[in-house]
Write a protein that binds this ligand. Structure first.
Ligand code: TMP
Length: 234
């Protein structure tokens, strides 16, 4: 058993095989509203790990540099140790969630352009939204790093929209994290129904963590459906 270095809300971070790697283990815990709502969903870790690994393989095939070194087992991946940049990059293709609430727009409303948002990674502060000049003023990232994360996030959005569309899923919005590794910015953390809004193209049925956040039931049926569909198109 690798030493546990840190326990996150939905993942364990353990020592890796050397000082340049760490092992990430997906947990079955689901949380929302900054950890206020919490439940154990048996099998969620495995589903998210498999979905994220599949997406990472696809992104890697398409030239995106990521932290993934190799898949270890059903719930564990070995990844490069990177210095996590303390901002979450949120991409929105369709209005939903906090955007709809904040600006009074119906969920599902068309957006004239893709929205790029940043939030400051801080559990204590509740991940507040942060703008570019605030990010640079605090020394969280440089202007060049923000530019690069934005450009990477938009490329990843194009790739993911086309992958999910083949699976008859609309990629409504999602969150990405990046890290610094050997002078490069690489994609880190999971891409899964925990970190994306995924709606069935025909029915708008939610297949993501909003089923948990909003008590819609059958949370893992949605996740299993996402995995089954992605397997069919990959
Ligand atoms: P939001 O509409 O609540 O701001 O969420 C936007 C996207 O970011 C959505 O796909 C869910 C994802 N997300 C996370 O991955 N982690 C979080 O802590 C939050 C608040 C959202």
């Amino acid at each position: 058993m690798n030493n546990i270095l840190y326990e996150g809300k939905s993942k364990l971070v353990c020592s890796g095989v050397d000082e340049n790697s760490i092992l990430i283990r997906y947990k079955d815990t689901a949380t929302a509203f900054n950890g206020e709502k919490k439940a154990e969903l048996l099998g969620k870790g495995r589903l998210n790990a498999e979905i994220s690994n599949l997406i990472y393989a696809y992104l890697c095939d398409n030239g995106i540099k990521t932290h993934l070194i190799k898949v270890i087992d059903d719930t564990s991946v070995l990844v490069k140790k990177a210095e996590i940049i303390m901002v979450e990059v949120i991409i929105r293709n369709v209005a939903a969630g906090s955007f709809s609430k904040k600006y009074g727009v119906t969920e599902g409303a068309h957006l004239n352009n893709v929205v790029v948002e940043f939030s400051y990674k801080s559990d204590i502060l509740g991940d507040p939204m942060i703008n570019k000049s605030q990010i640079t003023s605090l020394g969280v990232a440089t202007a060049d790093e923000i530019k690069e994360m934005t450009s990477l996030a938009l490329s990843i959005n194009d790739l993911l929209c086309s992958l999910f569309m083949k699976a008859a899923i609309r990629l409504v919005d999602f969150k990405l994290e990046f890290g610094r590794s050997k002078g490069e910015i690489i994609l880190c953390d999971e891409i899964s129904p925990d970190s994306c809004r995924l709606w069935d193209v025909d029915t708008d049925k939610k297949l993501d963590k909003d089923r948990f956040r909003r008590d819609l039931g059958d949370v893992l049926d949605g996740y299993s459906d996402v995995l089954r569909r992605l397997k069919n198109v990959r």
